[in-house]
Write a protein that binds this ligand. Structure first.
Ligand code: UDP
Length: 470
């Protein structure tokens, strides 16, 4: 008799909530199609890992997904020239544990790994199971990253020394060297060498699942699908299955509704400027001051998530802001310390603009909520995302001077006024509802992302039959 086992997929995120959250959303897609999903979460005892508590919370919110913590040794006191190297090292050290864990499962039909878990390709190869990437950034970023090994080694110099020089990569708008990923700026650095090694290996995967949708990034997709990004080598298929974003939290979840949402309830429609800079973004006290003055001068209502400058350890954020700012803006501003329920805030009808650091999850949350963006990239690949958002997707504008020491109050004021009021802002306000609808359509039955996921599942099916034949 043939014993039918449910297809099982193991998802393998990188460290950090920003990588785990979209994986959880991906897991839900698999569940909806009747597959079993295990999320294996590497859990080194270091501060940048997702805590066991956080995983337990996610697990209780999604009981159908199996979470499995993979304990790995700490990288200890070893010195790393870049924090991402520490992450990559921890993930590499986790290979043995991952292998052991996968061997305990009765069946694994595929391993789906995060963009940083490139070394896990070895584990999949060892077990002869297909490996796919879940690439949780822009397709445009994937196009650039896959092409970098063909360009960077022979470039005139490191990006950091090329400044305003415009680079042309297939499928994406011209991009200034200074807007490339922060990890890639110095060609001689260990992190750039390591990432380049990873980019070179990425096409070994059987395919890429990307958290985007065809309409949003059709040019980058075309470039990838026509093999333009990896000349002389085939590019694995790219399945655009997004946008997968956190659902706006359900009311009544732990701790009740956040006070900023209550405040938004009392505001008119599409009138509030929301400022939030990802899970890590911080500013100096001087920069916070410029933002505060800019907001004040703009006269617009705002909801601002403020984190203290790294050097300032106060409990309250008040000392970091200009004196009297909170009182003077009390009638039209709301300041939240450290963390706001961003996805839910963006979906609130009162929000009219989003000042964002351009982390990819934030960009997608802005798009699915139909909120125009003011881009203020800070780290990682956010400057590249800014280029995609402004030049390609045309769903935002950028603040000038983000690459310098400081963005002036006048610039903050000008961009807020532009997006909330001007002719150009009007164009954005017309474009965003279109992008929002296209995002929703992509996910519907027979929409582009739904079809792409079906195609991916067919490929998985094909793998299984190939393996059985062997
Ligand atoms: N986020 C949030 N509240 C905050 C800051 C961030 O809910 O105050 C969420 C945000 O909605 C997004 C994620 O954290 O889902 C940040 O991911 P993103 O890729 O935008 O940036 P990263 O933090 O990885 O740089």
């Amino acid at each position: 008799a043939v014993i039918m086992t449910r297809k099982t997929v193991v998802l393998y995120p990188s460290l950090g909530v920003g990588h785990l959250n979209p994986m959880v959303e991906l897991a839900k897609l698999f569940l909806r199609r009747g597959l079993a999903v295990v999320i294996a979460v590497v859990n080194p005892p270091d501060k940048d890992a997702v805590s066991a508590d956080a995983v337990a919370r996610l697990a209780s919110a999604s009981p159908a997904i199996t979470f499995r913590l993979l304990p790995v040794p700490s990288c200890g006191k070893k010195h790393y020239s870049h924090s991402v190297l520490r992450t990559i090292d921890a993930l590499r050290a986790a290979n043995a544990t991952l292998l052991e864990f996968l061997r305990t499962l009765p069946v694994v039909d595929a391993l789906v790994v995060d963009m940083f878990c490139v070394d896990a390709l070895d584990v999949a190869a060892e077990l002869a199971i297909p490996a796919y990437f879940f690439f949780a950034s822009a397709v445009g970023d994937l196009a650039i990253m896959l092409h970098l090994p063909y360009y960077y080694p022979t470039a005139p110099s490191s990006f950091k020394d090329m400044g305003e020089t415009v680079l042309n990569f297939p499928g994406v708008p011209p991009i200034r060297a200074l807007d490339m990923s922060t990890t890639m700026l110095d060609r001689e650095s260990d992190i750039a060498k390591e990432r380049l090694r990873q980019y070179t290996r990425m096409p070994e995967a059987r395919g890429f699942l990307t958290n985007s949708f065809d309409w949003l990034e059709s040019r980058a997709l075309d470039a990838l699908r026509h093999g333009l990004c990896t000349p002389g080598r085939s590019t694995p298929p790219v399945y655009c299955i997004g946008p997968l974003v956190l659902p706006g939290q359900t009311a009544g979840s732990a701790g009740g509704r956040h006070a900023c949402l209550e405040w938004l309830d009392a505001q008119p429609e599409r009138i509030v400027v929301f400022l939030c800079f990802g899970s890590l973004g911080t500013f100096s006290a001087a920069q916070l001051g410029e933002v505060a003055r800019g907001l004040q001068k703009s006269g617009h209502r705002f909801l601002w998530v403020v984190r203290n400058p790294p050097e300032q350890k106060d409990e309250s954020v008040e000392p970091a802001l200009p004196e009297g700012f909170l009182e003077k803006t009390a009638d039209r501003g709301f300041v939240v310390k450290n963390w706001a329920p961003q996805a839910e805030v963006l979906q609130h009808r009162a929000v009219g603009a989003f000042v964002t650091h351009c982390g990819w999850n934030s960009v997608l949350e802005g798009i699915v909520s139909g909120v125009p963006m003011i881009c203020w990239p800070l780290y990682a690949e956010q400057r590249m995302n800014k280029v995609h958002v402004v030049e390609e997707m045309k769903v935002g504008v950028a603040v000038e001077g983000y690459e310098d020491e400081i963005v002036k109050a006048e610039e903050v004021e000008a961009k807020v006024r532009l997006v909330m009021g001007s002719e150009e802002g009007n164009k954005l306000r017309q474009r965003l509802p279109v992008a929002k609808k296209m995002a929703a359509d992509a996910l519907k039955e027979a929409g582009s992302s739904d079809v792409a996921f079906e195609e991916f599942l067919r490929d998985l099916e094909k793998c299984s039959s190939e393996i059985q034949k062997k």
